[in-house]
Design a protein around this ligand. Structure first.
Ligand code: FBP
Length: 568
């Protein structure tokens, strides 16, 4: 019998009672893969469904080999197994922000590649691919990481592979490690990178003139990688929104207990408001701002603040000097006057990068302001320094404004306070700000994310064994058994302006005003503002009644008749 201290020491290094138990959770697989105890690879056939965008001609010219091979046609599992393939060497990497379920993609890959092929992990994302930092993944690794994390098994980064020198480094890595295929687990930008890599490695990498296959896997907590019925959600969204919903539910419970605070909560999700919308559907707070609606209505900052302040005042008049406001991380970019200013700001920063970098920090706002149009310069000058500093901060390697660093929640509190005072000086307004983001990206995956990612890994591995390249793995029909399918990456590419120039990118999927999830939210939000109808969804469950739950927005948007997912 060990002592309590000995038992506690045994829980170190990912051996908590919880981690040990979730490793044992059985995972369902789509019927196409056969039995869950011994899933088999599937082969693929054309569905006849062709994907196109407004820029398809330009894409065809830039990605000739990928488009010629796929004709941008979606693939579906054929119902048969591919001929046995042995000796393939496949590398897998995580790219961009972490998301729960990444480890299960690795596990699914390992299972489907079987003992006859080798799976290698790339350390620290695309940067590790450039450096050739790879190691062989073992059965013991897979048993240990199943249903856990995060991306901590491999690590991740945001390096964008774009220069000739970087492409040469990738080729060097492929040759050094004798790679046959690379799996990129990432969001819209990373899957764009996968499309570019697939074209660049299409032929002429190995001595016999053949190429290296590249397959993408759709990840991001933001939920902004969605492709209609072909991809109803990226993995990681469910886990992150359930963690945030638990926390927001707890805060809501606190507001109606202590009766004196407003809590302004900014939720991660980058540009899109999917996370904020999902958390609102789960928790029903008094106010939720949806960036896409603000852009669609061309609503000014002053009007947003007025709208918020009026709810605060009206609730106060009903005896509720408390409440919760949810704001999406990317809000600021969608307010029309801000959006126009940020677009000009991005061009100025891209065109004067060296001179800007040479300025002292306190001289930077004036340097940029003098190069903006008068109205944008005066808007920039009107903003508090904590917002200006972040608007001028370095963009990420994909050219994105780092919205997670912008304290929008504080700006909203400061401006709402002033407007509340103007509307009714007797209304008390004590507010706290929160930013929920990093807390939700690496929790143990919900059963939905765990099963979804395991099946995505099985699909990605099957595509490799079936000789495919330039596709993103997907599972369709998530509420009706699940079907492994493949989306041609080149069929998703559009031209967008980034870093002050045109680039091929996969368009971010934003919240649609006419989507069933948005419509339902709109139909209920006035009631949620007027009285306390909030719900506390509690912690995500791994055993119990909510284990098989789908995100509410995904269930509504995909026309499901219940909140449950069904794989297998
Ligand atoms: P991905 O799009 O790469 O999945 O990133 C998601 C995200 O969590 C965003 O919601 C957030 O804006 C960003 O990453 C934060 O980035 P970082 O981890 O570099 O601070």
């Amino acid at each position: 019998m060990s002592t309590l201290v000995e038992q506690l020491i045994q829980t170190e290094a990912h051996q908590s009672i919880f981690e040990s138990a979730v490793r044992q959770l059985p995972l369902p697989v789509c019927a196409a893969f056969g039995s869950s105890s011994s899933p088999q690879p599937v082969s693929f056939k054309n569905t006849g469904r062709v994907l196109s965008t407004k820029d398809s001609d330009a894409v065809r010219a830039q990605f000739p080999q990928s488009v010629a091979a796929s004709n941008n046609i979606v693939l579906t599992s054929s119902g048969s197994n591919p001929a046995t393939v042995q000796g393939k060497r496949v590398a897998v990497l995580f790219s961009g922000g972490p998301a729960a379920g990444g480890h299960n993609v690795v596990c699914g890959l390992k299972r489907v590649l079987g003992a006859g092929n080798t799976l290698l992990g790339v350390r620290a994302g695309p940067k590790g691919l450039l450096k050739g930092s790879l190691f062989e993944i073992t059965e013991a690794n897979v048993d240990f990481i199943l249903n856990t994390g995060g991306f901590d098994f491999l690590g991740s980064d945001r390096t964008k592979i774009k220069s000739d020198e970087q492409f040469a480094q990738v080729r060097e890595t492929c040759i050094k490690h004798q790679l046959d295929a690379i799996v990129v687990v990432g969001g819209d930008d990373s899957n764009t990178n996968a499309a570019v890599l697939a074209e660049s490695l299409f032929t002429g990498v190995k001595a016999d003139g053949s190429g290296v296959q590249v397959i993408g896997v759709p990840k991001t907590i933001d939920g902004d990688l969605q492709i209609g019925d072909l991809l109803s959600i990226s993995f990681g969204f469910d886990t992150a929104t359930r963690i945030y919903s638990e926390m927001v539910g707890n805060i809501l419970q606190d507001t109606s207990s202590s009766l004196k605070y407003w809590h302004f909560v900014k939720l991660m999700g980058r540009s899109a408001s999917h996370v904020a919308l999902e958390v609102a559907l789960q928790t029903k707070p008094a106010i939720t701002l949806i960036s896409e609606e603000i852009a669609a209505n061309q609503e000014s900052l002053a009007s947003i603040i007025d709208r918020v302040a009026r709810v605060i005042v009206e609730r106060s008049h009903r005896g509720m000097n408390y409440g919760v406001l949810l704001a999406p991380e990317g809000l600021i970019e969608f307010i029309p006057e801000m959006n126009a200013m940020i677009a000009e700001l991005n061009d100025v920063l891209a065109h004067h990068a060296a001179d800007f970098a040479a300025q002292a920090d306190d001289a930077k706002p004036a340097f940029v302001g003098s190069r903006l149009s008068p109205e944008n310069a005066s808007l920039l000058a009107s903003l508090p320094h904590y917002i200006v500093n972040m608007l001028l901060a370095e963009r990420d390697s994909h050219g994105n404004l780092q919205v997670s660093l912008i304290p929008t929640e504080q700006l909203l509190i400061d401006m709402a306070r002033q407007r509340v005072r103007e509307l009714d000086a007797n209304v008390p307004f004590a507010a706290h700000s929160h930013f929920l983001g990093y807390e939700g990206r690496c929790g143990a995956p919900t059963l939905f994310d765990a099963a979804y990612t395991y099946n995505l890994g099985l699909t990605a591995g099957s595509l490799i064994l079936d000789g495919r390249t330039g596709y993103m793995a997907t599972i369709t029909g998530l509420a009706s058994g699940g079907t492994p399918q493949a989306i041609p990456l080149a069929g998703l590419l559009n031209i967008e302006r980034r870093h002050g120039k045109n680039e091929f990118v996969i368009e971010k999927a934003l919240v649609k005003m006419d989507s069933p999830a948005m419509q339902y939210f709109v139909s209920r939000r006035e009631a949620w503002a007027a009285s306390d109808l909030f719900a506390s969804p509690g912690p995500r469950q791994f055993w119990g009644p909510t284990t098989d739950q789908l995100p509410i927005s995904v269930a509504l948007n995909s026309g499901a008749d219940a909140l449950m997912f069904k794989i297998g």
